[in-house]
Design a protein around this ligand. Structure first.
Ligand SMILES: *[C@@H]1O[C@H](CO)[C@@H](O)[C@H](O)[C@H]1NC(C)=O
Ligand SMILES: *[C@@H]1O[C@H](CO)[C@@H](O)[C@H](O)[C@H]1NC(C)=O
Ligand SMILES: *[C@@H]1O[C@H](CO)[C@@H](O)[C@H](O)[C@H]1NC(C)=O
Ligand SMILES: *[C@@H]1O[C@H](CO)[C@@H](O)[C@H](O)[C@H]1NC(C)=O
Ligand SMILES: *[C@@H]1O[C@H](CO)[C@@H](O)[C@H](O)[C@H]1NC(C)=O
Ligand SMILES: *[C@@H]1O[C@H](CO)[C@@H](O)[C@H](O)[C@H]1NC(C)=O
Length: 271
């Protein structure tokens, strides 16, 4: 007490504080305040028709959100035209999807104010809009991998299991028409059960779905393929795996460590 703390001591303190509250903080950041990706290359101003159209579109999405898990719409003329789409995780119930979109439609304008292109990922859904028509267009340009910082005990063996699991998952989600671009897979070994999920935006072609998932998989390989859980967020698809059955409503157990760590990218994207 009383002694003035120097700048660097302060930042060390801050760092320690961050570390101690890391699991809570990241859990929060992971689940509730959503991940976002805003493009700031073109913007709209406060009293513009674009802004007005955006508000209209968001209200359309909200009011239509109980109907289906994937929904797109568009409004406005020429330069002020906006295209919007939401996609819920397929395992979300309709009412959960609807609630998620209501939240996302509000957070997106808060997190990406003035941007003519943006996406937010909530726990169970994603919502995006753009001045470009992105319907049926693959976009893997700004993916965000999130991961649990804890590594598995036997990374080499784990990579093999993950590789094989994802191979099969990606194949099914992309090319098995009856899967409707959504598949989950459960693989049990001596020491763990892996729960994996792949989902594409259903307006994509099977070929583009496959590309999206393969790029996501490459992202996993280059960031965190020995981690106990990874979720790649992209505009066009999801590729996730965990050690608990998240797609059946199970939540992460305490001993597993709630610490989801994001690959922080402070330029235009953050979680
Ligand atoms: C659903 O969206 C459409 C536009 O795509 C809009 O015309 C309609 O009013 C919305 N539904 C409701 C109940 O608002
Ligand atoms: C919604 O998506 C479908 C399928 O890609 C597309 O044909 C349609 O034009 C889209 N609607 C709008 C309003 O963009
Ligand atoms: C958007 O693009 C899709 C795919 O290219 C096309 O089918 C659709 O008609 C377009 N929608 C609008 C509203 O222009
Ligand atoms: C990961 O995803 C990004 C898109 O966000 C892509 O440009 C990049 O090449 C990917 N990285 C790897 C190693 O696959
Ligand atoms: C996993 O698969 C990728 C390509 O599918 C390959 O490059 C990589 O070597 C594989 N890793 C392991 C551990 O088998
Ligand atoms: C395609 O998916 C369906 C439903 O998940 C499954 O029953 C079927 O075995 C799959 N077909 C192939 C060839 O894997």
């Amino acid at each position: 007490m009383g002694k003035k703390i120097s700048g660097s001591a302060k930042s060390i303190q801050l760092l320690l504080l961050l570390c101690f509250s890391l699991s809570n903080f990241l859990d929060l950041a992971y689940a509730d305040p959503p991940c976002k990706s805003c493009s700031d290359d073109s913007s709209y101003s406060d009293n513009s028709p674009f802004k007005n159209n955006l508000e209209i579109l968001m209200s359309y999405l909200r009011s239509n959100a109980s109907v289906s898990k994937l929904y797109n719409t568009s409004t406005g003329n020429d330069l002020d035209r906006i295209y919007a789409q939401y996609m819920c995780l397929n395992y979300a119930a309709h009412d959960e999807c609807s609630t998620c979109i209501k939240v996302a439609s509000q957070t997106i304008t808060r997190l990406c104010p003035g941007d003519k292109e943006a996406v937010v990922w909530e726990e169970l859904c994603q919502l995006r809009y753009s001045s470009q028509n992105f319907s049926a267009h693959l976009d893997v340009s700004r993916n965000i991998p999130q991961y649990i910082k804890k590594e598995v005990k036997n990374p080499a063996q784990f990579r093999l299991v993950v590789n094989e699991t994802l191979d099969n998952l990606i194949e099914q989600a992309s090319f098995n028409a009856s899967a409707n671009m959504y598949t989950t897979r459960e693989v049990t070994t001596d020491t763990y059960t892996l729960y994996a999920l792949a989902q594409c935006s259903a307006d994509l072609s099977p070929y583009d779905c496959n590309t999206c998932l393969q790029v996501s998989r490459a992202n996993i390989s280059s960031c965190c393929d020995a981690c106990r859980g990874v979720r790649v967020l992209t505009r066009s698809c999801y590729l996730w795996y965990e050690f608990y059955s998240f797609y059946e409503g199970e939540t992460n157990s305490a001993e597993e460590g709630k610490c989801f760590c994001m690959l922080f990218n402070f330029r235009t994207e953050s979680c």
